[in-house]
Design a protein around this ligand. Structure first.
Ligand code: CUA
Length: 334
């Protein structure tokens, strides 16, 4: 068989198709779909810079193409007229970039002040966000609610996120709502924003923080105020009392090392791992990694480090039956 070498055009077209295949406008982590006032203001700067650089790029390439064609070497033509030291040109291409920088700088500085210094209105909801290796803790001090990896917010109400780091540096990033902002041990960083549309927004730790950095995801559920109030009421309720096999799981939980790290109100008061009082109400667990089903949870408690590299939760040597009972109990905690 005779092989035909691919032409540069074919290779270029294939590579371009591959490159564009990675693009999506409205993916769950899209930075060009803004769903909060903060994300919109950041996106506006992004738009100005993108348009400014695109227009400049086009002008430069058109001028370059024209010059290459117009002044190409041809027989019988000498050197074109030399314009070295042309005062007007020198002044023009000094002023023009300065103007471009000014056009970019003014809105950029405005947005920096807007996103750094914004004082939260008195009606704002306050949430303490704590980045742990490798999960997110959300505390609502005014509501007496603690949850993990799933941040619920009412639409249209300003929220202040106070970012704290108990261990290493993380970065809180929910592209459609805004960010990123580092979570730094020993200090409190702040994000103020108002979610503008209901929906589910994906986030990701954006600062390398160890073996499971990539496994440190979160979701923000923005909902109507009434739905948010229902969620708060459900989170404040006492932990469900299990029946059947799940009851055996509860006894196991209370008698094993689980209680040293986790809180289940009325059962255990550990604070090193996620609060599990309403674990079953969260659609995903493991910081956004798996759907909260008894099968998935049983596999997890059997051997956490095997599923999530570096997991602080050790392999407790549970039997299959114990893991299953524990999983039934945990998933029953709606
Ligand atoms: Cu936490 Cu990366």
């Amino acid at each position: 068989m005779k092989t035909v070498p691919a032409s540069p055009a074919t290779v270029g077209a294939l590579l371009t198709a591959l490159l564009l295949g990675g693009c999506a406008w409205d993916g769950p982590m899209s930075t060009v779909v803004a769903r909060s006032d903060l994300a919109r203001s950041i996106l506006s700067v992004y738009g100005i810079i993108t348009w400014a650089t695109a227009i400049i790029g086009i002008l430069v390439f058109v001028a370059l193409a024209w010059i290459l064609i117009r002044f190409r070497d041809r027989p019988g033509h000498g050197l074109p007229r030399q314009i070295h030291g042309h005062a007007l040109l020198e002044i023009a291409w000094t002023i023009a970039p300065a103007l471009v920088l000014l056009i970019i700088a003014i809105p950029t500085i405005q947005v920096i002040f807007r996103t750094q210094g914004a004082a939260a209105p008195a009606s704002a909801l306050t949430v303490t966000v704590r980045g742990w290796q490798w999960w997110w803790e959300f505390r609502y001090p005014s509501l007496d609610v603690v949850t993990a990896n799933e941040l619920h917010l009412p639409v249209g109400r300003p929220v202040v996120l106070n970012l704290e780091g108990p261990d290493v540096i993380h970065s809180f990033w929910v592209p459609q709502l805004g960010g990123k902002r580092d979570v730094v041990p020993g200090r409190v960083n702040r994000i103020t924003l108002t979610p503008e549309r209901t929906g589910e927004y994906w986030g990701q730790c954006a600062e390398f923080c160890g073996a499971s950095h990539a496994n440190m995801q979160l979701r923000v559920i923005v909902e109507e105020p009434a739905a948010f109030d229902r969620w708060v009421a459900a989170q404040k309720a006492p932990a469900a009392e299990p029946t059947g096999d799940a009851a055996a799981g509860k006894d196991l939980f209370a008698s094993r090392a689980c209680v040293g790290c986790h809180t289940i109100r009325g059962v255990a008061t550990g604070t090193l791992g996620p609060d599990l009082t309403h674990f079953g109400s969260r659609a995903l667990f493991g910081a956004g990694l798996w759907p909260t089903t008894p099968e998935n949870v049983a596999a997890w408690v059997k051997d956490p480090p095997a599923l999530k590299p570096g997991s602080r939760m050790p392999n407790l040597g549970l039997s299959d039956a114990d893991a299953k009972a524990l999983a039934l109990y945990l998933t029953s905690l709606k």
